[in-house]
Design a protein around this ligand. Structure first.
Ligand SMILES: O=C(O)CCC(=O)C(=O)O
Length: 272
């Protein structure tokens, strides 16, 4: 198996983020209060026979918030009422995103970059151990999936390294085939795009090393974080709505999340 850096439409830079930038980003993260979301809601109930479930990790979104119970942005059918206008990037991230966008335009073929593509959406994933009835349970992984936002996706990692894999899915009953994998290191940047990596293959985080490094001051409730990942994506601006423009039933579904966010964030307070 080759490693990611030898492929087209894939970039891996192990020491992309400087120490100063990392410190600035961690300082910013200490001001955020990530939340635990449920996958489903009253308007979007789980499939018959399945219980609702909490996501494996706390999350925070910048730019726009794709609440799990709204089913995430999923063209061509799932465009409306999936993306709720969120907080702007802090300067340190805005500058980094600008540089990454330039890099994409230099290194990727124009056919793999949609019109008006810019990385206006950021998911912050916290990976680590969850307190389940007093026992710390490792849930530092993400199952195989695709990111349906159009165009290249960029990912920045901090903390313990993660085993990131592109896989050919074999359905639920069989093991997926690993096509290529890369350990994502502290301060690394990964960018992937094009049909093969966005449309054909799935990707997953198989595990995160546990060498004792744990982040402090992250405001993650009942959770010990040892890795943080930012994925930057593109959602066309016309598909991003302020919270108050959502239909009433969806506002009701999101009410408890937005109220929790509003207790800690001026931006979210201004949205209700
Ligand atoms: O944590 C990572 O490296 C990848 C996260 C991911 O796959 C996603 O946010 O869609």
């Amino acid at each position: 198996m080759r490693n990611l850096s030898q492929y087209q439409n894939l970039i891996y830079l192990p020491n992309y983020v400087s120490k100063n930038q990392k410190n600035e980003i961690l300082k910013y993260l200490s001001t955020l209060y990530p939340i635990w979301e449920m996958r489903f809601s009253n308007s979007n109930p789980p499939p018959a026979g399945e219980p609702n479930r909490q996501l494996l990790r706390p999350v925070y979104w910048l730019g726009n918030w794709q609440f799990a119970c709204l089913n995430y942005y999923h063209p061509p059918q799932g465009l409306q009422n999936r993306c709720v206008l969120g907080e702007e990037y802090p300067n340190v991230l805005a500058r980094m995103v600008y540089e990454i966008e330039q890099m994409v335009h230099q290194k990727f073929s124009p056919k793999d970059i949609p019109d008006r593509w810019h990385l206006n959406t950021c998911l912050i994933n916290y990976y680590g151990n969850k307190n389940v009835n007093g026992e710390m349970v490792d849930c530092a992984r993400v199952g195989e999936h695709k990111d349906f936002e159009p165009g290249p996706v960029a990912s920045i990692s901090f903390g313990e390294r993660a085993l990131f894999q592109f896989v050919k899915s074999a359905g639920k009953s069989q093991k997926s085939e690993v096509i290529l994998q890369q350990w994502l290191d502290d301060c690394s940047l990964q960018i992937f795009g094009g049909d093969k990596f966005k449309k054909q293959l799935f990707h997953r985080v198989q595990r995160v090393e546990e060498k004792g490094g744990v982040f402090e001051n992250l405001n993650t409730e009942d959770f010990q974080t040892r890795r943080i990942n930012f994925t930057f994506r593109f959602v066309p601006d016309e598909h991003i709505k302020p919270f108050r423009k959502l239909p009433e039933n969806l506002r009701a579904d999101l009410g408890s999340y937005v109220e929790a966010l509003a207790t800690k964030s001026d931006y979210w307070r201004s949205q209700i």
